[in-house]
Design a protein around this ligand. Structure first.
Ligand code: UDP
Length: 371
């Protein structure tokens, strides 16, 4: 019988689902018909109230920057995180036990910070291997690093060092890279062909603007500012699941060539066809941009977990920090008017790419199951 791998994620943003899908895609590519994989949004289906509303609460709460930062930092240390895990265990235990009983598996992979303390503890009587895949890049929360895990896979050296500083043994943490769909490295059409297929007919450079899976962040204001400034670009905007944003931008009086999309499964083709990527500093979006060799203009970041991503991009000279719509317009003007700078930034971005990370993670998981 096929060995069963259970992935624990939650739709708090689009990144945990995207990373989980990427690993599952890679597993099925590397080991066809070998594993039975299953994804469970453990916060939505196996958490008591109000935690189970996390996917709905994430977009509005993350807009309250100060409160978000405060709650993020409140448990972001070795002692504080342990104390909070201890305190909340009685409240979470039953749901965790039900999750384990209803989803038997040979290996559990957590792709979310909130599963790592409670699940290993809840299966103490009958444990199966538990591997955490950290999907934040640099400023990683203490909740990612549970001593109850068998292995912790991280995207960067900085994330590994953070785990060591929190008291974990170095050989428990393996640096592999951010899991990104293998499809990003498999688009083999030329930029020209992709643009023709997408109907991007203007010869202007194409700016691809995204706001995370939920269309979060000030995407609307950034799009309007680029339009008001009549920036010399074609603008393609991805609204994700944010339907109001989609409606609003579809109705805008546009002065520049534009294309507005809702949630798309075509990110690899859209990114390969674009010239400049404008995004909030989400780890998935940034890692995908590295693979597509795109200069990255970041207009916002979540306090706490995404702050380090901004420095990572800036240190690698792969993009610019532009925390207001006006700053985005300036950054775009700079990159459009100075093609050499744009090329240099694009090449630095490519150097940070880890296109095989998902496949490498798949191999680690398979080895754990004796393949
Ligand atoms: N994404 C997608 N389709 C969309 C919008 C976003 O597939 O229409 C994906 C995007 O490619 C990335 C993920 O959603 O992989 C967003 O993850 P990120 O870590 O950048 O931000 P989050 O949404 O988790 O805050």
């Amino acid at each position: 019988m096929a060995k069963r791998i259970l992935f624990l994620f939650s739709d708090t943003g689009g990144g945990h689902r995207a990373a989980t899908n990427a690993i599952i895609e890679a597993l099925h590519m590397e080991y066809p018909d070998t594993f039975d994989t299953q994804m469970v949004d453990f916060l939505r289906y196996y958490s008591p109230s109000p935690l189970r509303y996390s996917p709905e609460l994430y977009p509005p709460l993350s807009r309250l920057k100060k409160a978000w930062k405060f709650s993020y930092e409140a448990a972001n240390g070795p002692k504080r995180s342990r104390a909070l895990n201890q305190l909340t265990y009685p409240y979470l235990r039953r749901s965790a036990e039900r999750l384990i009983a209803e989803n038997p598996a040979d290996l559990i992979v957590s792709v979310h910070p909130l599963a790592n303390a409670v699940i290993p503890r809840a299966m103490r009587a009958n444990p199966v291997p538990f591997i955490t895949v950290v999907t934040d890049m640099v400023t990683t929360h203490a909740f990612w690093y549970s001593p109850g895990a068998d292995l912790i896979i991280v995207p960067t050296d900085q994330a590994k060092n953070r785990g060591i500083r929190l008291g974990l043994p170095p050989d428990m943490i393996q640096v592999v890279g951010q899991p990104v769909s293998p499809r990003f490295a498999m688009v083999d059409e030329s930029k020209e062909d992709l643009r023709r297929e997408l109907g991007w007919t203007s010869p202007r450079p194409v700016v691809l603007l995204v706001g995370g899976g939920d269309g979060m962040g000030p995407v609307r204001r950034v799009a309007r500012a680029l339009n008001d400034a009549a920036a010399p670009v074609t603008l393609a905007v991805i609204c994700g699941r944010n339907e109001d944003l989609f409606k609003d931008l579809s109705r805008l009086k546009w002065k520049i060539p534009h294309h507005v999309y809702g949630f798309t499964s075509q990110m690899p083709r859209l990114m390969k066809a674009a010239d400049i990527f404008v995004t909030k500093a989400g780890p998935g979006a940034i890692s995908e941009a590295f693979i597509c060799g795109l200069p990255i203009v970041m207009y916002a970041c979540l306090p706490g977990q995404e702050e380090g991503n901004v420095d990572y991009v800036l240190d690698g000279k792969a993009g610019m920090w532009a925390p207001s719509p006006e700053a985005v317009v300036d950054a775009i003007q700079h990159l459009v008017l100075d093609p050499a700078a744009r090329e240099q930034t694009a090449s630095s971005s490519s150097k940070l790419a880890r296109p095989d990370a998902a496949r490498e993670i798949a191999r680690v998981l398979a080895r754990q199951l004796g393949q």
